[in-house]
Unconditional design. Structure first.
Length: 90
């Protein structure tokens, strides 16, 4: 499945708008590029592969459902899963 339909949309953590995805798939927050979404749904943060979007529009990182693609084609990450993942890296 191609995910270029998400290009040009917003990035949320829970209900908080934190950034956007350019028409080319680059992800920005506060005016800085922090990642890339490929048209195949692969997600890279700071040039490191971190996960993908599955065919059911779920965001999967480290085999954990970490969010979803909204009906309006925005990326919505779950903050609780991001916190758990960060604590696992300590």
């Amino acid at each position: 499945m191609l995910f270029s339909r998400i290009f040009g949309h917003k990035v949320f953590i829970d209900k908080d708008l934190v950034g956007y995805i350019s028409p080319d798939g680059d992800m920005f927050s506060d005016g800085y590029k922090f990642g890339v979404l490929t048209e195949y749904g692969e997600i890279y943060i700071h040039d490191e592969y971190v996960g993908y979007i599955d065919d059911n529009d779920n965001i999967i990182c480290d085999d954990i459902n970490n969010g979803y693609v909204s009906p309006s084609n925005d990326l919505v990450f779950a903050s609780l899963e991001l916190i758990i993942k960060d604590k696992d890296n300590d």
